[in-house]
Design a protein around this ligand. Structure first.
Ligand code: MG
Length: 392
């Protein structure tokens, strides 16, 4: 069997979220059109694997020559070849690498007629979700005050059934941000709203100083928070060693630091964190995510998967170590997370009323793609609309 076709189609769809100048998503003032791309990898026996999100020019000019005529079952070797190509073609970032890797995994699932979680090896059929809330904003009735966060967290837990909640504090360019005191006021409001038993986490502004981070961490300990995420620039592993040594609350990371598996290994070796972190989009796919999960397991370290969506969800079905949660979001009082984008018939991660996400049972990634919608909404590269905002 060999790969005979690799293509990426660009299309538009309606988004209800827009990014601020620093890339944080907020509810859009008006629904607007954004770009997305569908990757297709096809074999000489007619099997097709799909995934979303890689630039068509890179797929056509760089990825296709690597994959064409290769046996799709050589996924490890193909991932290595693409990863080595990142050194030369820096435009292949981890998210693009991830999209191609996921399309290859989807193809394997289609060929074997099995969902990926079966192929990876199941450890569990369902994972508890946490409500991952958007960054703070200035929207009335949105997430503009500590009380707003409290109210929204209470709705997530009591009305929707989420078993845990994560806050992202206020970040620039929001006026007055960053502010450690305001972050803690929101955390206190959420703790009061949901009670003592719900695990809570903070993913704060990512460029606080050591002393600001230490102060926030000590306040989170008083509020019985579950973990403290990325308060400082991850380029300085020494700062994380310094912080972890002084705090009892688990520090989780690295998330955005480059270096894939090797970086995670160094952070474990240097006791820079208590819980390891990584997702398909940070690491370059499901292939490296499973390696990182097994690395954490070998050090008896918990590993929390960063971000939701199909690749991360399948991985969570087979991670044995106490990677507790599926990150569901990003959520906001004004955004309907349950509504699928036009290019999907269903969202991949519906939640049951006890707050669990079940392993998808469709073949491959289990995406229910609306190919008719995509084919009716194809666009060319030069159209002037923004790229779809990706999960972060
Ligand atoms: Mg984060």
């Amino acid at each position: 069997m060999k790969i005979t076709k690799v293509e990426s189609k660009l299309f538009k769809y309606t988004s209800y979220v827009e990014s601020d100048d620093e890339g944080h998503g907020h509810p859009a003032k008006e629904p607007h059109q954004v770009k997305q791309s569908l990757i297709t990898i096809e074999t000489d026996e007619g099997h097709k694997g799909h995934a979303f999100g890689a630039n068509p020019q890179i797929v056509e000019n760089v990825i296709a020559p690597i994959l064409l005529d290769e046996n799709p079952f050589y996924r490890e070797k193909l991932w290595e070849k693409m990863m080595h190509m990142q050194r030369i073609v820096t435009a292949i970032d981890e998210r693009i690498l991830s999209s191609i890797d996921l399309a290859l995994w989807d193809l394997i699932g289609v060929i074997m007629n099995q969902p990926l979680n079966n192929i990876l090896g199941l450890y569990r059929e369902k994972v508890p979700a946490y409500a991952s809330t958007m960054c703070g904003d200035t929207i009335k009735g949105g997430l503009s005050t500590p009380e707003d966060y409290g109210k929204f967290a209470e709705w997530c837990v009591k009305e929707k059934g989420y078993r845990a909640v994560k806050l992202h504090g206020w970040m620039p360019p929001i006026e007055g941000a960053p502010d450690p005191k305001k972050d803690i006021m929101a955390c206190a409001a959420v703790r009061e709203a949901v009670g003592e038993d719900i695990p809570l986490m903070l993913d704060s502004y990512h460029y606080y100083s050591r002393l600001e981070s230490l102060w926030i961490g000590r306040e989170l300990e008083k509020l019985n928070f579950h973990w403290f995420e990325e308060p400082m620039d991850e380029s300085s592993m020494s700062s994380y060693i310094w912080l972890s040594e002084q705090l009892d609350i688990p520090i989780i990371g690295p998330e955005t630091m480059t270096g894939k598996i090797s970086t995670r290994a160094e952070w474990i070796k240097n006791n820079a964190v208590d819980i390891l972190r990584g997702g398909t989009g940070d690491l370059g796919g499901l292939t490296p995510l499973m390696k990182v999960a097994h690395l954490a397991e070998s050090y008896n370290m918990a590993m929390e998967v960063h971000g939701g969506k199909e690749g991360n969800l399948h991985a969570l079905g087979s991670i044995r170590i106490p990677g507790e949660f599926y990150e569901r979001g990003l959520l906001h009082p004004h955004v309907d997370y349950e509504k699928p984008p036009e290019y999907l018939h269903e969202i991949i991660d519906p939640m049951d009323d006890e707050g669990f996400i079940h392993m998808p049972k469709g073949v491959g990634l289990g995406l229910k793609i609306n190919h008719d919608y995509i084919n009716d909404n194809l666009i060319s590269e030069d159209i002037d609309i923004k790229n779809a905002r990706r999960q972060s």
